[in-house]
Design a protein around this ligand. Structure first.
Ligand SMILES: Cc1cc2nc3c(=O)[nH]c(=O)nc-3n(C[C@H](O)[C@H](O)[C@H](O)COP(=O)(O)OP(=O)(O)OC[C@H]3O[C@@H](n4cnc5c(N)ncnc54)[C@H](O)[C@@H]3O)c2cc1C
Length: 423
């Protein structure tokens, strides 16, 4: 094997790509993982970054089993115990300050101290990079600017430069290329894998805010006919409380909110968000995202596999994107490790089928659930409005169904890959 021949080349060292590298580390396979840029270093005094994810309990188990959680939790995470779902009505149905048409999911109902943790994406990625550094068989090639991948050679050839300024081409080849290069995956294009996509009418605005009072342990989502409004508590920094607001609305409204100065924007927030919002005292940052559902037609082909956002992007309204990506990572690691142990060629499509079989249906199911929520709540149809509010009141009173949803939110329902099982 020459210096530039690898068993696996992973394109994208984001959360999903780095998780796959960590999972394959113990196999001894020779792995290259390439990315344009490394995650920024951790600064304990810096306020939370705008890109955060609610990591389920199952994702935490995967990160523990990959050896990354110890690094992540040594930086910062914010556990949350409760999750509220309500509809914001013009005349609120409330009792003692709490909305009556709210379903509250509480992890203590199934004897667990928390549902999951909110973590900045950079921190999750950094923790995985720290775990990855312990393996001599993993080469992190970063920064790398990939020019092309030729799947026509017996083992695909990757051509890249060390940064965007350099024009010196470097070549490597690998038995298997893994595309973990995000929603706009070039690996997917180079491998000629088709994709179905659909842009939602709504867009999302995410804002990091500082709030007063006690540290919140609840994430909530209030549906309105123009889109949901959500709150996620973040980690305290230097004893200050931070939270993330997500405002889903029509593109014109999001553009208008993005253009507003801090005072006008905070005024709009207090006018529109429900009363559960803790008192806000400052805006740190806001950003907007278009919402696109994408699903690769195939997750695998000869000598290629796609994972995470490269394979699917989902409406973030239930915060499932990277949680599904970690399930992909754990399943792909299991399938490749088994093939390697059995002496099979890990790049052959017939040895990767199990990965696609296990993950594609699960991801499709979650996309359909998100679409159902999106269409059920994003309208002002009176009978539907009545029905969904009766549904929310009833759902709160039915422990069996609630416990099932709690398990679903924690990622504990369905067939779990080995890496997602508590050790
Ligand atoms: C508003 C919003 C809120 C969200 N909230 C949540 C949440 O609460 N919970 C949740 O689970 N998910 C959430 N998500 C989704 C989550 O952010 C994504 O699912 C996740 O970031 C996908 O991770 P990934 O590693 O697959 O891709 P990415 O994070 O996109 O990483 C891809 C990596 O590949 C690298 N790369 C790309 N192209 C190349 C190339 N040509 N050469 C070299 N490197 C390359 C990039 O630099 C990057 O590091 C949210 C998304 C949005 C938009």
């Amino acid at each position: 094997m020459t210096q530039n021949s690898y068993d696996v080349a992973i394109v994208g060292a984001g959360m999903v790509g780095a998780a796959i590298a960590c999972g394959l580390g113990p196999t001894g396979l020779r792995i290259a993982i390439l990315d344009r840029s490394p995650p920024p270093p951790y600064d304990a005094n810096q306020a939370p970054d705008i890109r955060v994810s609610a990591l389920s309990y199952a994702s935490e188990q995967i990160l523990r089993n990959l050896g990354a959680w110890q690094f992540i939790s040594a930086m910062r995470t914010c556990p949350y115990q409760r999750m509220g779902v309500t509809e914001k009505l013009d005349t609120p149905l409330s009792f003692a300050g709490a909305p009556l048409n709210q379903t509250l999911f509480d992890s203590t109902d199934i004897g667990h101290p928390y549902l999951g943790h909110i973590v900045e994406n950079n921190i999750t990625q950094l923790g995985l990079h720290q775990a990855m550094a312990q393996y001599d068989n993993i080469d992190l090639l970063c920064p790398s600017n990939i020019k092309s991948i030729d799947f026509g050679t017996p083992h695909p050839t990757v051509l890249f430069t060390q940064n965007s300024q350099s024009d010196k081409l470097i070549e490597l080849n690998a038995k298997l290329i893994i595309g973990a290069d995000g929603a706009l995956s070039k690996v997917r294009d180079w491998a000629a894998i088709g994709m179905n996509s659909n842009q939602y009418e709504q867009q999302a605005l995410v804002a990091t805010v500082e709030y007063q009072g006690s540290q919140q342990d609840i994430t909530w989502q209030a549906f309105t006919s123009t889109g949901p409004l959500a709150f996620l508590p973040l980690m305290d920094v230097n004893k200050k409380h931070y939270g993330s607001l997500v405002w889903y609305d029509q593109p014109d409204k999001i553009r208008q909110l993005m253009a507003q100065d801090e005072q006008t924007f905070m005024g709009e927030v207090s006018k529109n968000f429900p009363s559960q919002l803790p008192p806000l005292i400052g805006l740190l940052k806001k950003g907007s995202f278009s919402l696109v559902k994408r699903h690769a037609q195939d997750y695998i082909d000869q000598r290629v596999a796609l994972a995470g956002d490269a394979a699917h992007t989902i409406n973030p309204l239930a915060g499932q994107g990277v949680n599904l990506g970690f399930q992909d990572a754990a399943t792909l690691v299991e399938v490749i490790s088994d093939a390697h142990t059995q002496g099979k060629d890990i790049g052959l499509v017939e040895n990767l089928h199990q990965y696609e079989r296990l993950r594609k249906i699960e991801n499709q199911k979650m996309m359909e659930i998100m679409d159902l929520f999106y269409h059920l709540f994003s309208n002002n149809n009176p009978p539907l409005k009545l029905l969904r509010n009766i549904g929310l009141v009833l759902a709160d009173k039915l422990p069996f169904g609630k416990n099932k949803v709690i398990k679903y939110a924690m990622g504990l329902e369905g067939k779990l890959p080995k890496l997602a099982k508590p050790t």
